[in-house]
Design a protein around this ligand. Structure first.
Ligand SMILES: *Cc1c(COP(=O)(O)O)cnc(C)c1O
Length: 402
């Protein structure tokens, strides 16, 4: 099928006409269980009544007024983020990459206003994903995303995760900050140990560096805490948020302590759309639900259940699944077969899952998923594994011993 869209995505031959909770209704007439949630975006599933109400009520009042005026809904959302995190200030954006751009600019300006403009390097970690702008592809450091786009934006140094020696070797008088995902998402649901995060904090404190956590995928309840950093007991100086915070409406945020944010003074940064009243109404509605007492405990409990059921699945299908990873409702299966084969086999069972690096398949159900629907997903994954095993038998050499 030819399409006027630039062919930058390998799109499945499938589109959806509506969604309800964790269910998607395809234009093929089928109903799919959504364990992708639009890549960890639809935190409250599809067509959540509270979000629909917030969006439509705001839509009939005012959509956009620009940041030249006060936006009370934004003041409120920022205050709630501040009250529930380490942060003192929030800058709203429309996407994750823009939130990271704000974080990078903030870290550089911090040292600039401290009289150290030579400190503009940010250390990032192999396997990272921070977005697709020129700055964030340099931060992510992945050759496949950098190739052909001209000189890489200067000032990003990369080391392997958990490698303290390499990290210490790369830190110098030019270093401004360290930037890390507490669990790498696109990189393959690769967790960083709480001990390593604590070491990063200590290293930053010793060297006057800022610690930036990219919680664009791990944040807003995904791991069973409002933000994944809470598991480590370590707080960053700057944190970026997007995906789940808008529940499907484009919204991102860069959060910071007053100290870390002190360089972004009047006129130094901006956005036309960021923090507009529509986005702010939806963001507040997402928080209304996620901050309800016991909501996050429920995510944690369901995450543990899912992890246990996935471990059983792996034991039943060792020729398909090599490893179970992740935390809360951010789980990964490293597969023996190509992960794309697994994604397709799951889709044949009407279950949507998402590929990631390191041959991993991500399971990112909406946080409102019920235990019954988790069980339904396990049944479908079981069937997908069985189909792959049947295929493996068929393609085995004739006469080969199974
Ligand atoms: C998705 C993602 C981004 C980029 O967000 P966009 O909204 O696509 O720009 C950055 N960092 C992480 C960890 C992500 O998962």
């Amino acid at each position: 099928m030819t399409s006027p869209l630039l062919p930058t995505f390998a799109r499945a031959e499938l589109s959806f006409e509506k969604g309800e909770g964790p269910w998607l209704y395809g234009r093929d007439g089928e109903r799919y269980l959504d364990f992708g949630a639009g890549i960890a975006v639809n935190a409250l599933g599809h067509a959540h009544p509270h979000l629909v109400q917030a969006l439509t009520e705001q839509a009939s009042k005012i959509w956009h007024s620009s940041n030249l005026f006060q936006i009370p809904e934004g003041e409120r959302l920022a205050q709630r983020l501040v009250d529930n995190t380490f942060a003192d200030f929030v800058f709203f954006t429309n996407s994750g990459a823009e939130a990271n751009e704000a974080a990078i600019k903030m870290a550089r300006r911090y040292h600039h206003v401290n009289g150290n403009p030579e400190r503009f390097h940010i250390v990032t970690f192999e396997g990272a994903f921070h977005g697709r702008t020129l700055g964030t592809i340099a931060a992510g450091g992945q050759a496949k995303y950098l190739e052909g786009f001209g000189p890489k934006v200067q000032g990003f140094d990369q080391v392997p995760p958990e490698d303290m020696e390499a990290l210490k070797a790369v830190i110098g008088p030019q270093t401004a900050a360290l930037m890390i995902e507490p669990i790498q998402g696109e990189g393959g649901v690769r967790s960083v140990s709480p001990a390593f995060l604590r070491e990063l904090r200590a290293l930053c404190d010793q060297n006057g560096l800022l610690l930036i956590f990219d919680e664009i995928q791990t944040g807003v309840g995904r791991t069973g805490k409002l933000f994944a950093y809470e598991w480590s007991g370590v707080t960053p100086d700057i944190m970026t948020v997007a995906k789940g915070i808008g529940g499907g409406f484009p919204l991102g945020a860069c959060l910071a302590t007053a100290e870390a944010g002190k360089g972004l003074t009047l006129g130094t940064h901006g956005t036309t759309f960021g923090g507009n009243p529509l986005a702010m109404a939806v963001g507040n509605a997402v928080l209304d639900v996620i901050l309800e007492p016991a909501f996050l405990e429920g995510v944690e409990r369901k995450g543990l259940l899912l992890k246990q059921r996935l471990a059983e699945l792996k034991d039943r299908h060792p020729s398909v699944i090599a490893e179970v990873r992740g935390q809360g409702l951010m789980m990964g299966l490293r597969t023996v077969v190509p992960n794309t084969d697994f994604v397709n086999a799951a889709r044949a069972q009407k279950l949507i899952v998402i590929g990631a690096g390191d041959n991993v398949v991500r399971l990112l159900p909406p946080l409102i998923i019920t235990e019954a629907d988790l069980g339904e997903a396990i049944d479908r994954l079981d069937a997908a594994c069985a189909a792959i095993e049947a295929e493996q038998k068929n393609t085995a050499q004739p006469g080969a011993v199974q």
